[in-house]
Design a binder for this molecule. Sequence first.
Ligand SMILES: O=C(O)C1=C[C@@H](OP(=O)(O)O)[C@@H](O)[C@H](O)C1
Ligand SMILES: C=C(OP(=O)(O)O)C(=O)O
Length: 422
Amino acid sequence: MSDTVKKLTILPTDHPLRGHVRPPGSKSITNRALLLAGLAKGTSRLTGALKSDDTRYMADALRAMGVQVDEPDDTTFVVTGNGRLASPSAPLFLGNAGTATRFLTAAAALVDGPVVVDGDQHMRKRPIKPLVDALRKLGVEVASETGCPPVTVKGKGGFPAGRIEIDAGLSSQYVSALLMAAPGAKGPVRIELAGDEIGARGYIDLTVAAMRAFGAEVEQLSPSVWQVAPTGYRAADFAIEPDASAATYLWAAEVLTGGAIDIGVPASVFSQPDARAHDVISKFPHLPAVIDGSQMQDAIPTIAVLAAFNETPVRFVGLANLRVKECDRVRALSLGLTAIRPGLAHEEGDDLIVSSDPGLAGQTLPASIDTFADHRIAMSFALAGLKIHGIAIEDPGCVAKTYPAYWDALASLGVAYTGDRP
Ligand SMILES: O=C(O)C1=C[C@@H](OP(=O)(O)O)[C@@H](O)[C@H](O)C1
Ligand SMILES: C=C(OP(=O)(O)O)C(=O)O
């Protein structure tokens, strides 16, 4: 990174963090609800929604396809669709929003006309070939030169009934994308997982729940087979729960500083997979020796930074697909922790081993953390800054992807900064 890059230095707190902070709405649920409301006929009201880069990309893409998306306040979208998405006049630019990119690639098959789905330089490195191949097998004309965006879909207003196998080893979003497009097909669609390898199965459950709320008929025939009826969607009023991945930073800040942060909802009410991180985080400073990240992937950066302060070392397993998120998160975590102190973490294959040292707290260990433009790397390393003097977060504005108010939220609990607060 260049010397001109913006940096935010976190000043360690000399007191436990106490107060109320409500995390923003769930990114995953907001982007599902926006799409389903856009595919429905009529007006849907989505409340408790996230307003951030990722949901703005989704909302703008829907607008470009003829959907009316109004924003009466900071947490509400009012979406009016006519049951069809129109062919946009320009490529859809979706930044580094994995959900928007994957979900809209499949939904583009329902458009009558061409759709180009594209993203930024990070998204252009994130694989989408398994989804492209599956759509092609369903009879959709679709092309991607590199196996990553841009993807060109020549939609014909739907696709025939069929049965499709999808390898979701790299991303569960491929399955969610196919499921959400399926009610627009000409007949029933059966979606089967190839192999049992799937990270974050809980995201598929979120998808099915959202689809049902917008009138779809989805039957789960086995743990790896879903059957979707060609019902289309109907408009609905839909309340979105707070973001569980965003909550993990607050849960971790609480245990790390011995404070009490009220996020307004108990961990037990979340339906998102990352809520399971609450149990793990509450064991700090006695985190388990081995933590499997496969079913709470987005919470791993949070727990890995927390693990640096644990009593005993932690091995993180089940991380293979963290390498194809906004950045290679296994590498970014290992590099960031090593920048704080050599030997604090290392990689073994796809595992991350954090050596752990409760004595880190209170030390001065100046480190400039390369966030690789990844919101979760920025937000998780800020936790280290609550305890260690000299932690500077590069490109702190990248939190706008899912939690634009993150720095303000920490400030409201008494955290202070020096440098370029976005
Ligand atoms: O379906 C979703 O909403 C998500 C699924 C997960 O991604 P992958 O399925 O690509 O692992 C997760 O990391 C992402 O933040 C959101
Ligand atoms: C992986 C993430 O996002 P996405 O895949 O939706 O870009 C994330 O938010 O951690």
